[in-house]
Ligand binder design. Structure first.
Ligand SMILES: [Zn+2]
Length: 334
């Protein structure tokens, strides 16, 4: 099952032929501009979990919302394992996620893509960016960056002597505003310099950073629509900037509220979120649809996950998803 090489995944030209560009080209979005694609023309959505543990209610929400949006658009729904950090991935977690999705009748299209199979592509992209003088080494401490509210001040950009070893690789981002229209949250805007700072593409420990892999793979898989949790909305402008630099299309984005426990913490393995129980899939799906603001009327006690999802696809209305960053859920779910 685990093979991206013979997976039949779409061979997007963007995967193999990076278009040369330089910072001198006007490739960045101006505020108010949109590079959105028309989702009705060949909608491609995806769910991209990190296999750090079992599927919990929070990850079920992202899976369900992206699935319903794709199916309501008669689109494809792809599955991608973001397994780039082996130290955080217990053995068997990826397989367990697949089995849980299957038990919830959330059936994906094509073969599963594993990012751990795609390291060559990420390194080729890094080399391309490096050859265009768009990257630099940074050995600033986490503590130093944290002291600036997590915004990197681009200190290492113009160092006389670059770090020799044990350094992260950052992308030179332009000092500009990036704005996009989120389908749930509305207009979202960031200044790349003051709100973000140059983004890490390869981590200090040598691992490929999430921001690089997600941009390369969304383009390679031809993803037109990203539906994911609000916790990733502040990553979106830097991802759009990287798409622009690499000459990729920018997908449409929809960021759904994140489920929090009663302590206000995002449901996660770190906060001991409970695994969803496939034997109770109908209850979890109904709770997830309620969370997403969808119409649940008329459902009966006897329906299967399949019939429940079919009705949810027919009724899916993304405008009904609450325009919120997070929503607390009860003890039984979190
Ligand atoms: Zn630095």
């Amino acid at each position: 099952m685990k093979s991206a090489k013979d997976s039949g995944a779409p061979e997007s030209p963007a995967a193999c032929s990076l278009r040369p560009s330089s910072p001198g080209n006007s490739i960045f979005l101006e505020p108010g501009e949109s590079s959105s694609t028309d989702a009705k023309l060949g909608y491609v959505g995806r769910f991209a979990p990190s296999p750090t543990g079992t599927l919990h209610f929070g990850s079920l929400l992202s899976a369900l919302a992206s699935f319903l949006d794709a199916r309501a658009h008669h689109g494809r729904w792809l599955l991608r394992m973001e397994d780039l950090d082996p130290s955080r991935e217990p053995a068997g977690a990826a397989q367990q996620i697949l089995e849980t999705l299957d038990a919830f009748a959330l059936h994906w299209d094509g073969d599963v893509i594993y990012q751990s199979d795609r390291l060559t592509e990420y390194h080729n992209t890094l080399t391309f960016l490096n050859n265009h003088n768009l990257t630099y080494g940074c050995d600033c401490s986490r503590q130093r960056i944290r002291s600036n509210e997590g915004v990197y001040d681009n200190l290492c950009r113009n160092r006389a002597s670059p770090p020799i070893d044990d350094f992260a690789i950052r992308l030179r981002l332009p000092d500009t505003n990036i704005q996009f229209e989120d389908r749930v949250q509305g207009i979202y805007q960031q200044n790349l310099s003051s709100d973000c700072g140059d983004v890490v593409l390869r981590r200090r420990d040598g691992l490929i950073a999430y921001q690089l892999a997600v941009v390369v793979d969304d383009a390679w898989q031809g993803v037109t629509d990203v539906v994911r949790g609000y916790d990733l909305i502040d990553s979106t402008p830097r991802q759009i900037a990287l798409q622009q630099i690499l000459g990729y299309q920018t997908p449409r984005y929809a960021h759904i509220p994140v489920a929090c426990n009663t302590m206000g913490q995002k449901l996660s393995k770190q906060h001991f979120a409970k695994a969803v129980e496939p034997s109770n899939s109908r209850v979890y799906l109904r709770e997830a649809l309620r969370f997403l603001g969808q119409d649940l009327s008329g459902n009966t006690q006897t329906e299967t996950p399949q019939s429940l999802l079919q009705r949810a696809i027919e009724r899916w209305d993304i405008q009904r998803v609450p325009k919120l960053a997070n929503i607390p859920v009860g003890h039984q779910l979190g």
